[in-house]
Design a binder for this molecule. Structure first.
Ligand SMILES: Nc1ncnc2c1ncn2[C@@H]1O[C@H](COP(=O)(O)OP(=O)(O)OP(=O)(O)O)[C@@H](O)[C@H]1O
Ligand SMILES: [Mg+2]
Length: 440
């Protein structure tokens, strides 16, 4: 497939974007009174918003290119243009070969269908025949690790499970080009490793890969080239290390806030993080309430590190609200060395679900960060499913409470926990659990 010489770009380029701009209309509804809103037709105005401006990109066959940039800089828009999901407003896009794309969570999936049916649906969209899908089916399921859930409707899948299924399908359609949009971060550590191995296998096979990630440390490890987008424009196209330094400068997370390439290397950097079981020292991504949890943070000092820095570790929920925060005493980091800081949580609180953590190296006096990184979907706190983020002891009772209320002094206003199931009779139930975890 796609062996003809592209009429855009160099002779080897399989992905080519020339002068590509993408405009969206942003709608504003004028704030009106409730009455106006009820009786009048909506007054909607709109303005043009250029998500991409004059983007030129040529990617040769077999290259692995990282696409990075701040939130809203246009990365996903560019991938969607390349995947043919969106049309450019200006310019031309050309892609040669079978594309497999992993764009948004669940894109290309039908939530009402089972995982099994979605494999058929999605793989056929990606160009596989029914016979090919049947041949690959077991392997796709095995790669996803979702054997147990494959006949569940996928609207009930967790974010990680969506990504597992999507990635498993994408890598089994034998693509010439793989477009990946920030999905690796959602998988757990074991799955991430599997994906990275698969990417290495694809690289070895000469597949062209363009992937978006916020995990900047992956960029120099995986890519030979990286593109930085800033407000829809290409700010940098070339050396991956320079790219990540430039972006860190832009985001204000560079070790050196001047943001110049190379300067970041002279200061302090968070160079790694691992979760492990303090008892066995083995790496681990799943912890039970009450279990100890160990977190190791590697800090690398460049040529001229600051005199002291404290390491802050915040465990955060799905919307980045810190659950709790841990700070070290100010530490000295010797120039040109890497040190490891170990945080030990004695007992994991009764949490459930998938958690992230954020690390910052801070000036102990002023609190400014020399470096800050977020590790998304970092670990799973295990409890029963569907019981919300935290375990809360509660009871639910049914009965005639009027008498009781009448007997009680009017000043008493003690709250009762949990509401009871309306169908039960005068029984009482208790348990742990709260509202459902919000789907992101
Ligand atoms: N369909 C759309 N209509 C209007 N605006 C859009 C649309 N799609 C994207 N945008 C806007 O275009 C800009 C670029 O969005 P895009 O999703 O490409 O960013 P991104 O670089 O992928 O960001 P992130 O890191 O948060 O995923 C954003 O400001 C976004 O709000
Ligand atoms: Mg995006």
């Amino acid at each position: 497939m796609g062996t003809s010489t592209p009429d855009l770009g160099g002779p080897d380029s399989v992905i080519s974007a020339r002068g590509v701009s993408k405009r969206f209309l942003i709608y504003h509804q004028r704030a009106t009174s409730l009455k106006e809103r009820l009786v009048q037709t909506k007054r909607v105005t709109h303005e043009d918003f250029w998500a991409l401006r004059d983007v030129d990109l040529e990617i040769g066959t077999g290259q692995t290119v990282g696409l990075i940039g701040a939130n809203g800089s246009g990365k996903s828009t560019l991938l969607k243009l390349l995947a043919g999901i969106l049309e450019p407003t200006r310019g031309r896009v050309k892609v040669l070969g079978r594309i497999a794309s992993l764009l948004e969570l669940g894109a290309g999936f039908n939530g009402e269908l089972s995982g099994r049916d979605n494999i058929y649906l999605n793989a056929s969209i990606l160009g596989l025949s029914r016979r090919e899908i049947e041949r690959n089916f077991d392997e796709i399921v095995a790669f996803s690790g979702l054997e147990q859930f494959i006949d569940n409707q996928i609207k009930h899948y967790s974010s990680g499970q969506y990504v597992r299924l999507g990635f498993a399908i994408a890598v089994h359609v034998n693509p010439d080009i793989l477009l990946v949009d920030e999905v690796l971060a959602v998988g757990d550590e074991a799955f991430q490793k599997k994906c990275l191995d698969k990417i290495a296998e694809f690289q070895a096979r000469g597949c062209t890969i363009l992937f978006v990630t916020h995990a900047l440390d992956l960029i120099p490890r995986l890519c030979t080239r990286a593109v930085v987008l800033d407000h829809g424009r290409v700010l940098h196209d070339g050396d991956p290390l320079e790219a990540t330094d430039k972006l860190r400068g832009l985001l204000g997370t560079a070790a050196d806030q001047t943001g110049g390439a190379g300067t970041a290397a002279s200061s302090l950097r968070i160079s790694g993080a691992r979760l492990y079981d303090p008892a066995s020292a083995a790496q681990k991504g799943e912890f039970r309430a009450g279990e100890p949890m160990g977190i190791e943070i590697d800090v690398t000092a460049g040529a001229e590190p600051p005199a002291a820095a404290s390491v802050r570790l915040a465990i955060t929920g799905p919307v980045d609200v810190p659950m709790w925060v841990m700070d070290t005493e100010p530490q000295r980091f010797e120039a040109g060395t890497t040190s490891t800081i170990r945080f030990t949580v004695k007992e994991l609180p009764p949490l459930q679900g998938i958690y992230a953590f954020a690390v910052a190296l801070r000036d102990p006096a002023r609190g400014v960060a020399y470096d800050a990184r977020r590790f998304g979907e970092a670990f799973r706190a295990v409890g029963a499913d569907d019981r919300g983020l935290i375990d809360v002891a509660w009871t639910a009772d049914r009965g005639k409470f009027e008498e009781e209320r009448n007997r009680a002094k009017p000043t008493t206003s003690r709250g009762t926990a949990g509401r009871g199931p309306s169908s039960s009779t005068s029984t009482s139930s208790r348990g742990t659990g709260s509202g459902r975890r919000p789907r992101r």
